[in-house]
Write a protein that binds this ligand. Structure first.
Ligand code: DX5
Ligand code: ZN
Length: 215
């Protein structure tokens, strides 16, 4: 599968967000990863649907929106309206996961299901038919700039094997957290095809070369 690079805006200079998105797009990066945190599901609060709507006006990049919120149900149509292309919810969030994934599709977005490092990948199995992507977190959600948890690569490997053998050959498997040139290679060989990187890309001397190196 073709590798997709998704740049996590969390590590960008948020005071100059339009410039940061423009340079991300100009670096040939495929997707913009937007980490929405509610201060309940995780410690921090980041940005919400209004910010997505604002940046939609200045960018036609693919918006890969990662909801780290306690109760995503009510928010799904708001992010569709704001212009998200992919909406990923956590398996550990409240609400009916199947219904939420179906609602994401009904709202015209692609659907993602995320699992935290301690969640067994097998818990995703009942939802795969409703998912365009599974996000295997490779750090605890909540903060950028953390180190990749090596054990998570094994989860990716087992999930990819399961998908290949059970009719989900086209499933996107995303990794998020601590991705750099070394860990990207580990994640890709385990079977991940969508790599989220924040610190690695935004703090690189040359974003395009950094992205090309992990592609
Ligand atoms: C963590 C977020 C990540 C984070 C990745 O909760 O979901 O997307 O921004 O940042 P880096 O690449 O710096 O680990
Ligand atoms: Zn994320």
């Amino acid at each position: 599968m073709k590798t997709i690079i998704s740049a996590s805006m969390l590590a960008s200079d948020l005071a100059n967000i339009e410039k940061e998105i423009t340079r991300t797009d100009a670096s040939g990066i495929d997707w913009l990863h937007i980490d929405v945190m509610d201060g309940v599901f995780v410690d921090n609060i980041t940005y919400g649907n209004n910010v997505v709507k604002a940046i939609r006006r200045v960018s036609d990049m693919y918006f890969d929106t990662h909801l780290m919120v306690n109760d995503p149900t009510r928010l799904i149509p708001l992010f569709a309206d704001a212009g998200s292309d992919m909406l990923t919810i956590h398996l550990e969030s409240k609400g009916d996961t199947k219904e939420n994934l179906a609602e994401i599709k009904r709202c015209g977005m692609r659907s993602g299901l995320a699992i935290k490092p301690d969640t067994d990948w097998k818990e995703c199995i009942p939802y795969l038919e409703l998912c365009d992507m599974v996000l295997v977190m490779t750090v605890e959600p909540g903060y950028g700039g953390q180190g990749f948890i090596p054990e998570c690569a094994e989860k990716v490997k087992q999930l990819r094997e399961y998908c290949s053998k059970n009719g989900f050959e086209q499933m996107n498997i995303q990794v998020d957290g601590g991705i750099n040139a070394d860990t990207a290679a580990i994640a890709k060989s385990a079977g991940a095809n969508v790599l989220v990187a924040g610190t690695y890309l935004f703090k690189a001397a040359d974003m395009k070369s950094a992205a090309d190196l992990i592609r």
